[in-house]
Design a binder for this molecule. Structure first.
Ligand code: ADE
Length: 260
């Protein structure tokens, strides 16, 4: 059996800084303009890195984690814009499937189909999704949430009782900040819950190398004309703290030790 080595990627430096602080025996390696932080969390070998933004950045980073650091599983955390109206700022989405909303090789193949893989969606591992679900559930349990974020800070974003949903996440090399683009995604991919810029690339690389992965996204905006407003404040106040707690909860789950 392979030694377990977990890769943790974040799309935001603020989230990664918090997770890096959890590493015991921390060391740094710079490859391809990324700093990879190695060490252990709860005795599990772990590599933490800020992926940068977009599908290419994410794909190259996860490839380095797999080929250079020999990770056996991956956790990705970040923020996303809501596509499904039921999602509010501060809610959390756990991916069950990932799709690239800007992949279009028509008429050679169907819209959204990944060339030569012959599939539109990449599925997440069910056991890994269950562990993520438990971690998010524990965070959103009122006591844990209020221990890490004050009511005043939550009120800044009108967050009262955040919830989580599981389902499809769409990725593309576009920050969605107008209703026309948002509605186009919703029309073509009606089951999509939220949109971001890395997840489907990470999923494709992990699928190709047989690495189980978890993708967890906090809703930072409604992918509309207001999506840029308060973005940095949201990340420093809310999503970076969510990320640390979710990682701690995943590592604290005994089932995570047994997985893979
Ligand atoms: N990440 C967070 N919000 C986003 C948006 N509106 N579009 C793409 N990626 C995002």
């Amino acid at each position: 059996m392979h030694e377990k080595i977990v890769g943790i990627m974040g799309a935001m430096p603020e989230e990664i800084i918090g997770v890096v602080k959890l590493l015991f025996n921390r060391q740094e390696v710079v490859i391809g303009r990324r700093t990879y932080f190695t060490g252990t969390i709860n005795r599990i070998k772990t590599v933490v890195v800020f992926s940068r933004w977009g599908k290419v950045a994410a794909a190259t980073t996860v490839s380095t984690l797999i080929l250079t650091f020999n990770i056996t599983q991956l956790i990705f955390t970040g923020v996303a814009g809501a596509i499904n109206d039921a999602l509010k700022i501060g809610d959390i989405v756990i991916a069950k499937r990932l799709v690239q909303h800007d992949m279009d090789a028509r008429p050679l193949m169907a819209q959204f189909e990944i060339p030569l893989l012959g599939k539109i969606y990449v599925d997440c591992d069910e056991q890994a999704v269950n562990i993520a679900q438990q971690a998010v559930n524990d965070l959103l349990d009122n006591k844990q949430l209020h221990n890490i974020i004050s009511s005043t800070e939550l009120a800044l974003f009108n967050i009262t009782k955040p919830k989580f949903m599981m389902g499809d996440i769409a990725s593309g090399d576009q920050f969605i900040s107008n209703s026309n683009n948002k509605n186009a995604i919703l029309k073509n991919l009606p089951a999509v819950l939220c949109v971001e810029m890395e997840g489907a690339a990470v999923a494709q690389v992990c699928f190709e190398y047989d690495i189980p992965f978890i993708i967890v996204r906090t809703i930072s905006d409604a992918a509309d004309e207001q999506s840029h407003i308060n973005f940095p404040l949201f990340i420093s106040t809310i999503s970076s703290r969510y990320a640390i707690e979710i990682i701690k909860n995943i590592y604290g789950n005994a089932k995570f030790f047994l997985l893979f």
